[in-house]
Structure formats: C-alpha cells, structure tokens
Design a protein around this ligand. Structure first.
Ligand SMILES: [Cu+2]
Length: 122
C-alpha cells in the first residue's frame, strides 16, 4: 500500500518535471565553451553549446562571425545529451567574435535562436 502511494507521488513529480522542461525552453542555452563574454589568450578550435535538452542536430545551425566576416565551421554534432559541438576551420586572429545559434530541442517544435560574443585577445 505504502509502496503504491510512493509510486504515484514519483509519477506526479516526473510529470511536473517534464512540464517544467518546456517552460525553460524559451532560453535553452545554459553554457558554452568558450563562455559568453570570455577573453581568450588562445584561439579556440571548437565551439560547444549546452542546452536544457538534446538538440536536434539536423535542425540546428551554428555560425561564427568575426573580424574577417563569417568563419568556416565543420561537423556539427552532439557529444552528450545536451550539447552542440562544431570544429572551427579558419584560424581566429585577435578580435571579437559572435556565435549565432539556432536549435530545436528533440521532441519540441519551437525554434530557438540566440547569440553570444567572445574575444581573442592575442
Ligand atoms: Cu565533439
């Protein structure tokens, strides 16, 4: 009897948690490498963005814009359950860069987009 009650409570908690998942999805980027606003003495070779859910790679786009315009990127993929990662092909010279991203979290239809900056200082 007690066990059955506990199971019902756990199921209710799980339902509430998944409802919360869609509520936070209007701002799905949680973290990134490089971090937003980072000042880097070494140019990054990859970009990695972390989200509140698993991004659908086929419906996601990353762009990198900097002092020389748009930089070539290659091989968008996901490494874990919550990220997008891509290789930067062009060397990054000192200057400020903007990462523009568009993504759709798996099993969701909303298209999310945003951008953040980082700076290569030397
Ligand atoms: Cu990777």
């Amino acid at each position: 009897m007690q066990k059955a009650k506990l199971l019902v409570v756990l199921m209710l908690v799980a339902t509430a948690a998944s409802a919360c998942g869609s509520a936070v999805s209007h701002l799905p980027m949680l973290n990134s490498e490089p971090k937003a606003g980072a000042l880097l003495t070494r140019a990054p070779r990859t970009l990695r963005l972390f989200f509140a859910g698993l991004p659908d790679v086929d419906r996601s786009v990353l762009r990198l814009i900097g002092p020389n315009g748009e930089y070539r990127l290659r091989g968008l993929h996901t490494m874990a359950a919550d990220d997008l990662m891509i290789e930067i092909l062009d060397p990054l010279t000192p200057g400020s860069y903007t990462v523009e991203w568009t993504t759709v979290i798996t099993n969701d239809t909303t298209i999310h987009a945003g951008k953040f900056d980082f700076t290569v200082t030397k």
